[in-house]
Design a binder for this molecule. Structure first.
Ligand code: FAD
Ligand code: EPU
Length: 354
């Protein structure tokens, strides 16, 4: 790997600044220690083109806000930190606007900007950490809305072919916390720009999910607009989820498992209080937080690693935990859930193992 860096990097080092020994501890929201042997802040599409010509996809690690990653080791790959910025309204007609944002834009700042422009669609996705470019990777979702509901298209650099590609919604194969980019081609496409289809008027409001109705009523709002829904979602999230600037975490550590109805029915005989949601033909989604809580892990710690006291699914770094310590704790939780419920939890967080 080292030889490869020097061979290819010599060719492009005059045009791209490559830093070595960059501390990534503050560039991942878990706050676990990690160091990049090679690091470049990508600030223009041109830089990306040069990188793609010189390196294969498996030789780079794309870093956004580091809010859905767990470093098990210091990455041996070349870390490309997405800092592409820019946003604008591309077109407006028939009550809709197509809005574009560069991949390195901060997600929540972008959501706030769309709301300030009077556009609707992203309000339920307020306060999710990270970048615009990472949002399609796991089809981010919250409070009854997923990215795919407002997605128009994206532009990405194919790091294998060295060419720009445009992906429509169908191309992206979005699913629950999943997409083509996460499932089939991890690391191959560097998402440089995402376009959204948002409403200018007649906003389609999703306000029946979870605690939103109660929150709106506490706020004294009876006829909400997107801005009020955003404020309600922010208030709920601030109550439930730890702020990564004070407690290291990456949101939900595991996905909510989807199990066959027949398995669920057997479990319900033993655990009638088990929370569940229909998930399509013969399938049931069970909240991982409930399962972990039922195994007694909520609020428990081992050293600096723990399960958050208000949300068992959020694993936290309360001090100087390493990525391996977090993963060792997560594996114990997986084992408990497997033993008690015969359910295999799958990490939502991306484990960085090389
Ligand atoms: P990173 O962590 O930097 O990267 C995540 C993955 O995407 C990595 O595999 C990386 O290589 C890849 N990647 C990043 N950028 C690009 C790019 N431009 N092109 C190609 N690949 C790329 N998620 C939800 O869905 N819903 C929530 O409600 C939610 N709440 C959260 C709450 C908290 C407190 C935290 C800490 C996290 C939460 N998350 C949630 C998870 C996280 O915020 C999202 O997954 C977010 O989209 C990650 O963005 P990022 O820029 O930090 O990605
Ligand atoms: N629950 C418990 N104990 C817990 C945690 C949860 O019993 O410790 C129960 C709750 O009472 C509730 C159910 O589990 O009945 C679901 O909990 P919650 O509403 O908090 O949502 P979640 O399923 O844990 C999901 C997403 C979140 C998203 C919220 C809101 C996943 C893996 N997580 O959490 O996304 O913000 O819904 O829509 O789908 C993320 O992906 O990082 C993330 C935070």
């Amino acid at each position: 790997m080292q030889a490869l860096y020097s061979r290819s990097m010599n060719r492009i080092r005059y045009e791209i600044e490559v830093q070595s020994g960059v501390d990534l501890t503050h560039l991942n929201t878990f706050g676990v220690p990690s160091t990049a042997a090679a690091y470049t802040a990508i600030q223009s599409p041109r830089q990306l083109e040069m990188v793609a010509r010189s390196f294969a996809a498996e030789e780079v690690l794309i870093l956004g806000g580091g809010s859905n990653m767990l470093f098990l080791h210091s990455p041996q790959r070349w870390v490309l930190h997405n800092q592409l910025v820019g946003r604008g309204i591309m077109s407006s007609r028939n009550g809709f606007s197509i809005v574009a944002a560069a991949g390195g834009e901060d997600w929540h700042e972008f959501v706030k900007w769309t709301l300030a422009m009077g556009l609707g669609g992203l309000e339920n996705l307020s306060l999710i950490p990270g970048t615009v470019g990472a949002a399609p990777i796991q089809n981010i979702g919250a409070y009854g809305v997923e990215l795919q509901d407002v997605f128009h298209s994206l532009k990405a650099m194919d790091l294998q072919e060295g060419i720009w590609k445009t992906f429509t919604k169908e191309d992206c194969q979005f699913g629950y916390r999943n997409s083509l980019f996460k499932e089939e081609y991890p690391g191959r496409y560097f998402i440089a720009e995402v376009q959204f289809k948002l409403t200018n008027r007649n906003h389609v409001l999703k306000m029946d999910y979870g605690a939103i109705p109660d929150q709106l009523s506490n706020m004294g709002v009876s006829e909400p607009q997107p801005q009020a829904i955003s404020e309600a979602v922010i208030a709920i999230r601030q109550r439930k989820l730890p702020d990564p600037s004070t407690i290291g975490n990456a949101g939900s550590f595991f996905k909510n498992p989807i199990i066959p109805l027949i398995h669920f029915k057997k479990l319900r005989e033993r655990f009638p209080e088990m929370v569940h949601y229909p998930a399509g033909d013969g399938l049931v989604k069970v909240p991982a937080g409930w399962l972990i809580d039922a195994c007694g892990w909520k609020g428990k710690s081992e050293g600096a690693v723990g399960s958050y006291k208000h949300q068992a699914l959020v694993l936290i770094n309360q001090g100087n935990a390493t990525g391996n310590a977090v993963w060792a704790f997560a594996k114990k939780i997986k084992q408990s859930v497997r033993q008690r419920f015969d359910i295999e939890l799958e990490p939502e967080v991306n484990l960085i193992a090389y």
